[in-house]
Each structure stands twice: as C-alpha cells, then as structure tokens.
Design a protein around this ligand. Structure first.
Ligand code: FCB
Length: 442
C-alpha cells in the first residue's frame, strides 16, 4: 500500500523563527521581538532579529527544498510585516515578500501551505491587551481577510492558527511571549484565540478563494498515566488532556468546553468571557485538521516520573526524549473516535532536536533524527493503510532556527544553520529524507 500518489512530503518553518529582517522594510515588531530582549527569557539570549535571514535568502531556501525533493512547504506569515500595527495600515513591501515567496514555490512545483498566526502577535496589538482583549478576533479577521484577498488563490492550504496552546503558555505561564503569568489570563487568551480562529474561517468563506482549504493546527501531546494501575496517575493524565489539547478540540469539534474544564475554570476563578453564539462560530466547519505531533507525555501524580518511565521499558533518544512514534497513530485514531472527524488530517509538524549535531569533516551524523522520523512515517503509513485520510507529512524543520525560549540552542533542522555565515549544511537526515521521498513518490 504505502503513501498515496498525491501525498505531500514537506518541510515546515515559521516566520519569527527563520525570517530575520525584524526591523526592515517597514515591518512592525512582534511580541517575540520584545520578549526575547528581556534578559534571561531566552536560553542563550538570542533574538529573532536575524534568525536564518530567510527574508533575504528565500530563493536559496526554495532551491534547497527543490534539492530535497519536497513537494510542499509549510510556512507562516508575519502579521506585523504586512500590518505593522496589526490593523489599518498595510505594508506593501511586506505583502510583496510573501507574494514573491509563493510565486517562487509555485514555479518550483512546491505546494505552499500558509499559517496566518504562528505565535508572533504584532506588539502594537499586545499594547492594546493582545489576546486578553476580545477585539483581537476582529483584528485577526481584518488581517486574515487581507491575506486571503492578496494570496488566497495561489495558496491551496491555509491554517488560521498554529498551536493555540502557545498563547496559553504566553499568558498563563510566562515561558513564551508576551510573558504573562495568570491562569485566568491564559484561559481568556485561549477563548479569544478560538474566536480569532472563527473570524479567520468566516473571512475565508467570505473571500472564498477557489481551490483552497482552511483549517487549524493543534498539537496533540496525549498524556498517559505513568503507572496505569495508580488511580492518581490516571487522574493526572486525564486532567492534563482536558487542560491541553481537548480545551481546543472540544470547542472546535463539539462546540463546547467539557464539563470537567468548565468546573476547573469555575473553581479556579479563570472562567473566560463566554458570550452567546461563541461556540457556534468556533465550531463552524473547517476543511482539514492540521496535526502537530512530537511525542506522548507520561503523567504522574507525584514526582516519580523518571523512575516510572524507566519501568515502562521506554525507548529513549540520546537527547533524553522518549521514542514513541506510535503517538501519531494514536492521535489520528483519537481524532476519529473521540471527535468523529470527517475531514482529512494533514500532519503539519514532526521532528526532534539536538541529535549529535557536531560537524565532522563537513558531515553531521544525526542518526537519532532519522530513526525518529522514520518511526513516525511508518506509523502514519499504517494509519493510511487502515483507511485513515492523512494527506501530508511536514518535517520540522527545513533548517535549524530560532527555537523560541531555547533560542538557537535547540537544533531541529535537517540542515544545519551556521548562524554566522548563514550556510545551510545537509545533515544525514536531509539525505535520508530526500531518498525516502524519492522512493515513496514514484
Ligand atoms: C512546535 C512549534 C514550532 C517549533 C517546534 C519545535 O510546537 O509549532 O514552532 O517550535 O515545536
């Protein structure tokens, strides 16, 4: 059986992580430009100011994709590059950049897959309350509509939001931009980002680009009890799943927050401002579901995690993460069983970091990355063989880039980025992926 003929094998990136040119050609700042300048927020104190300089090097990067043989590329648009203040004034030079990128991709037969929001809110909007302000949905709608009008037809796949949980982390935990730390902020931001998604879908339907589809990307890190015979661990896992991915998928696919989450928010004083009609909008039909899948999580009630993981006989990569490629199969299945989805799934991200990244004689033997990617691809293939409609696999990432709070210290690329010279060096995994694609797209 194997992968269908029109399966998309791609690579994924996001604007803030690769573009650089943070203050060029009229771009406005994003919350990550500002957050990364607060001392000690980023592990190595790097910023997205230059990153991979993709803004200037995009033609070379498309050439690299061509050499890899990928037939699709998932990227995101920097909202503050096209609308420096988030609303109102449009920055033509910013828009032109994305037009040139999309044109270059289409010229090279690489299907563009664009995400409107990958964590980089315009800083000017943060000054107006950011995701704590319900108006953010309208601001997002204005931006989304602009992009659909300008680029709608030449981009077949559009996602409104990438991983809404990052916004929760940014408003409740402080680990991500904008760095706020109240649970009730996190829950308010969550609700408002779901409303933003809804406005984005509405804008898409009204512009109605031909032959394009709209979806959302959610990451599923399913929590399993570290010890399934321990009731407290079982409860910890359930609680974790409720507070994370289900807090997005329930509203989108069931039109509600679960009774459990509602009760938690009530008890914890973090109930968002939910108005009548919200859930109808949030659960409006979408055309595909974007799944980011990196791993599972083992949840334990106490801090006995490490010991218990070892007892499960888990298999680990040298970077310390568990090797559990079945996570992607479980997630695909769960989307059908729990949410009963009838739309195709696109695997929009999967990858791993720091796998023996040392350069020896110009070579990087990232063997663990190959094992990891191959493992996930095998489980995706199994899901397809069983009849699940899965249409893509995007490897995170095309190249090492600005990995948010980890700065440049977490290398996720299949090519190595020399952040001084901007040279991209193929790792073993890049050669492997190229050959895998060649074999499977025959
Ligand atoms: C995902 C993010 C992406 C990158 C990878 C490693 O959660 O969407 O930007 O950080 O993790």
């Amino acid at each position: 059986m194997g992968f269908p003929k029109d399966f998309l094998f791609g690579v994924a990136t996001s604007a803030a992580q690769i573009e650089g040119a943070a203050q060029e050609d009229g771009r406005g700042l994003s919350i990550w430009d500002v957050f990364s300048r607060i001392p000690n927020k980023i592990a190595d104190n790097t910023t997205p100011e230059i990153a991979c300089d993709h803004y200037h090097l995009f033609k070379d990067d498309v050439k690299l994709m061509r050499e890899l043989g990928v037939n699709s590329y998932r990227f995101s648009i920097s909202w503050s590059r096209v609308m420096p203040e988030g609303t109102g004034q449009i920055n033509q030079k910013g828009l032109d950049f994305y037009k040139r990128l999309v044109e270059e991709l289409n010229k090279n037969d690489i299907v563009p897959n664009a995400t409107l929001y990958h964590w980089d809110l315009p800083y000017e909007l943060e000054c107006r309350g950011g995701f704590l302000n319900r108006d953010v949905a309208e601001w997002f709608g204005e931006y989304a509509e602009l992009m659909f009008r300008e680029l709608g037809d030449s981009v077949p796949l559009w996602a409104t939001i990438n991983e809404p949980i990052a916004t929760y982390v940014g408003y409740a935990k402080g680990g991500f931009a904008p760095g706020r730390k109240l649970e009730r902020f996190g829950r308010a931001a969550n609700h408002n980002i779901l409303l933003s998604h809804a406005r984005g879908v509405e804008a898409f339907r009204s512009v109605n680009p031909k032959n394009s589809k709209i979806g959302i990307v959610v990451d599923i890190w399913h929590q399993h009890p570290a010890n399934s015979e321990n009731a407290a661990d079982v409860q910890a896992a359930e609680d974790g799943n409720e507070r994370t991915y289900r807090s997005y998928l329930d509203p989108i696919f069931k039109g509600q927050y679960s009774p459990y989450l509602l009760e938690c928010m009530e008890k914890e004083g973090s109930m968002p401002d939910i108005r009548s009609g919200d859930f109808e909008k949030i659960s409006a039909p979408i055309d595909f579901f974007g799944l980011n899948c990196y791993n599972r999580v083992l949840a334990s009630a106490e801090d006995t995690k490490i010991e218990t993981i070892e007892q499960t006989g888990g298999n680990f990569l040298d970077n310390g993460t568990e090797f559990y490629p079945k996570a992607v199969y479980d997630a695909i299945k769960m989307m059908h069983e729990r949410y009963n989805i009838k739309i195709p799934i696109y695997i929009t991200e999967n990858g791993t970091y720091n796998c023996n990244e040392e350069i020896v004689d110009g070579k990087i033997h990232d063997t663990d990355r190959i094992k990891y990617v191959e493992g996930f691809l095998n489980w995706i293939e199994k899901a397809i063989d069983e009849g699940y409609d899965v249409r893509s696999y995007y490897l995170w990432s095309l190249m090492d880039n600005f990995e948010w709070s980890a700065g440049n210290s977490f290398r996720f690329g299949i090519t190595h980025t020399d952040f001084n010279t901007q040279e991209r060096i193929w790792k073993d995994s890049a050669f492997w992926y190229r050959d895998f694609i060649k074999k499977n797209l025959l």
